[in-house]
Design a binder for this molecule. Structure first.
Ligand SMILES: O=C(O)CCC(=O)C(=O)O
Ligand SMILES: [Fe+2]
Length: 357
């Protein structure tokens, strides 16, 4: 397919989605001009005058995790910023580097190899190759591809069918990441008067772990496109590993500006998702964020979305409302919330309206 042909919107979707070339396939063609379908309207482009370069999200040191001050900083950051980075969390640097490298390796495979993991071809539903965010629903496409995994546990046999170039690295990373996720949730929930995460609470706050290898190919016009448009996550929390390219921006909680999340070697970015914002009745903030891609380097990031089980029902916790506070949200089934999120393009904080009373 020629560069001229992929500019036709219908052929473009076929090339990107059905044929599995993704944005990687487009980027590889050495385009000098981005196809119209990727061009963001003016109001959705990041205006550099809106970047607050003197602001930064908190960095929390996990080396003395048992010190109550650490728990306090986590809850403060969740209330005031919705985003923070953690360092000295104990995951060996090689484990982090290997999973980033695995992200590059998978997207360096030929399209014939990558295409084996399209939804309709994949040997297991627990791994799928995807492009953009919701390509059949959104008006403007996002400049990214990703390999989506549903992580069950170490001995889930379906992970044997994951791609050989990235499977072990993803599993090793998840083995280290999971206990940190549990610690974070324990601290955040304790502050909401949930003393213990029992089985039913577990299925609400961490019933499904999704881990993605996201690949943002280099782009001839990063200022016109979005790697990820403005959105808030629909997780309870998200743990994100990013490489050293940069490009993640977070909404300034006090205003309209955007704050860059600088890559910090060995750090993990944690953010609160809509599920915890709703459960905490707005005490914790699920903050808007977006990704700008790079003109000269491919970027890889690895988010873990810590989500409820599909059939879990969530809403403001009784432990939060016990002092007479009015609930701001109704109870909803997670799969309804999740499907609503994917039924449209990224639209900032709009998804949470689905649960508003
Ligand atoms: O790649 C990143 O830095 C962030 C990705 C993200 O926000 C998402 O996938 O929800
Ligand atoms: Fe996100």
């Amino acid at each position: 397919m020629s560069i001229a042909e992929v500019s036709e919107a219908s052929d473009l979707i076929d090339f990107l989605v059905n044929k599995g070339n993704g944005v990687k396939g487009l980027s590889q063609m050495g385009l000098e001009i981005v196809p119209q379908k990727f061009i963001q309207p003016h109001e959705e482009r990041l205006d550099f005058t809106q970047i607050l370069s003197s602001e930064s999200i908190p960095i929390i040191d996990f080396s003395n995790f048992d010190d109550p001050k650490v728990a306090e900083s986590i809850c403060d950051a969740a209330e005031n910023w919705g985003f923070f980075q953690i360092v000295n969390h104990g995951i060996p640097i090689e484990v982090l580097e290997n999973v980033i490298e695995a992200g590059h390796k998978f997207f360096e495979l030929s399209v014939e190899e990558r295409r084996k993991y399209l939804k309709e071809n994949s040997p297991t539903p627990t791994v799928q190759l995807k492009t953009s965010f919701s390509p059949l629903a959104e008006k403007v496409l996002e400049w990214k591809d990703y390999l989506f995994h549903i992580y069950d546990c170490d001995d889930d046999e379906s992970s044997n069918l994951w791609p050989a170039v990235s499977k072990d690295q993803v599993l090793e990373y998840m083995k280290w990441a999971k206990p940190i996720i549990v610690k974070l949730l324990e601290v955040l929930l304790e502050k909401l008067n949930v003393k213990k995460i029992d089985e039913s609470m577990k299925s609400v706050v961490m019933g499904t772990l999704i881990v993605n290898l996201i690949h943002y190919p280099m782009c001839p016009s990063p200022e016109l496109t979005a790697g990820a448009g403005r959105h808030a996550d629909v997780s309870s929390i998200t743990m994100l590993l990013q490489d050293d390219v940069g490009g993640l921006y977070v909404r300034d909680p006090k205003g309209d500006g955007w704050i860059h999340v600088p890559p910090v070697k060995g750090a993990l970015v944690i953010n609160i998702g809509d599920v915890l914002q709703i459960m905490s009745n707005d005490r914790y903030k699920s903050v808007e964020h977006r990704v700008i891609v790079n003109a000269s380097r491919n970027r890889v990031s690895v988010p873990i979305f810590v989500n409820p089980a599909p059939d879990a029902v969530f809403g403001p916790l009784t432990q939060v409302l016990q002092n007479g506070e009015k609930p701001l949200y109704k109870h909803v089934v997670y799969s309804d919330y999740f499907n609503y999120f994917f039924s449209k393009g990224h639209e900032g904080k709009q998804t949470i309206e689905f649960a508003k009373l």
